[in-house]
Design a protein around this ligand. Structure first.
Ligand code: ADP
Ligand code: MG
Length: 346
């Protein structure tokens, strides 16, 4: 029933940024080459995610908003096998629809006609034909309008937007081959060009250096940060000691190119964005005493390791991972970053 649905939805949907995360993941899963995110008042009033992905037919649109419907069975197997998947067992759109006014418009790439469907506080409407380009647009208005306690818990527009920005930035960095843009209250915040190639970041960095990653960093963090970034290029093959990690690649900032307040740390394990206190500590440790108090470096790091040695906390809202060998991972990642800084004489 509706109350149970709303309570369950709260598990997936905590704030505007969690909605944005689910929608952007769906777009990337749908093979989009362009994903445009626009939010109003930190996402509290409106969220719109538009993609040029595979799209959905009228039947698929209707199924998409039903609880536990997913077209991604393979990903669930992935999730159980090791580091995660995008999406979460078909719960996201149903959960978002239960606590907002949700409108979806979609047209399959090879389809003739588009369709539109709305869900209001869990009530699923009938789909109707609508003119739209190939791909999908999802609009989420008035998040938590029917759950006042949650609505009240949301922070200021600026804080909610910070969370949205962090999420969209992660996906932009993780997918240099996708043109990702972000707009807040009608102003463009950043846009990547998607020219970083279609291959996963780790294989691309292996063959082509971190040039593409640097251009994506330039788009999201600006020129000053991008130019100060130092290449991290570390492989287990180059060290004699046993290590739980296969490789660490990416970019970290000059110890003086830091920012106060929030952290600009993006870590990916086997190409999936994750958070892990071990990785965070490893990076901060590598800078040793070089960081001013309350200043944080920028880092974008892709860590490769045996998926069987990573535990994913399969809570839908979190991407927190743990490693079988926490201290071994920390040591190796820290070493990789130190080596990169040393090579630049920093
Ligand atoms: P999940 O991603 O775990 O499958 P969701 O509730 O996020 O669950 O989405 C349900 C289904 O809706 C997806 O499996 C997919 O088939 C479809 N879908 C959602 N968003 C899109 C999109 N942007 N483009 C194409 N299909 C989509
Ligand atoms: Mg999903």
């Amino acid at each position: 029933d509706a109350t149970v649905q709303r309570i369950a939805a709260g598990e997936v949907v905590e704030r505007p940024a969690s909605v944005v995360k689910e929608l952007v993941e769906n777009s990337i899963d749908a093979d989009a080459s362009r994903v445009s995110v626009a939010v109003e008042r930190g996402g509290k009033d409106g969220i719109r995610v538009r993609d040029d992905g595979v799209g959905m037919s009228a039947e698929e649109l209707d199924l998409a908003v039903r609880d536990h419907h997913t077209s991604k069975i393979g990903d669930i197997a992935d999730l159980e096998a090791g580091v995660g998947t995008l999406g979460f067992r078909g719960e996201a759109l149903a959960a978002v629809g239960a606590v907002s006014r949700l409108t979806m418009r979609s047209k399959p790439r090879d389809g003739e006609m588009g369709h539109e469907l709305t869900v209001e506080g869990g009530d699923i409407g009938d789909s109707s034909p609508a003119g739209c380009p190939a791909g999908t647009v999802v609009e989420v208005d008035d998040l938590f309008y029917n759950v006042p306690a949650r609505r009240k818990f949301l922070k200021t527009d600026a804080t909610e937007f910070d969370h949205v920005n962090t999420v969209v930035t992660q996906y932009a960095l993780a997918n240099p081959g996708v043109a990702v843009s972000l707009e807040h209250d009608g102003r463009e915040v950043f846009a990547t060009d998607g020219n970083g190639g279609r291959s996963p970041p780790s294989s691309r960095t292996q063959s082509g250096g971190t040039g593409n990653l640097r251009s994506t960093v330039l788009s999201v963090y600006g020129r000053e940060v991008a130019e100060s970034m130092v290449d991290v290029e570390w492989s287990a093959d180059d060290v004699s000691a046993e290590t739980p990690i296969r490789s660490v690649r990416g970019l970290v900032s000059h110890p003086e190119t830091t920012r106060a307040g929030r952290e600009y740390l993006s870590t990916f394990v086997n190409d999936r964005y994750v958070t892990a206190s071990t990785l965070r500590e490893a990076v901060l440790d590598a800078y040793g005493g070089q960081l001013a108090p309350d200043r944080y470096p920028f880092a974008v790091l892709f860590v490769e390791l045996d998926p069987a040695t990573v535990d994913v906390n399969v809570h839908p809202r979190k991407l927190e991972v743990r490693f079988d060998d926490e201290s071994g991972v920390k040591e190796a990642v820290s070493e990789a970053v130190k080596e990169a800084l040393l090579a630049e004489g920093l």
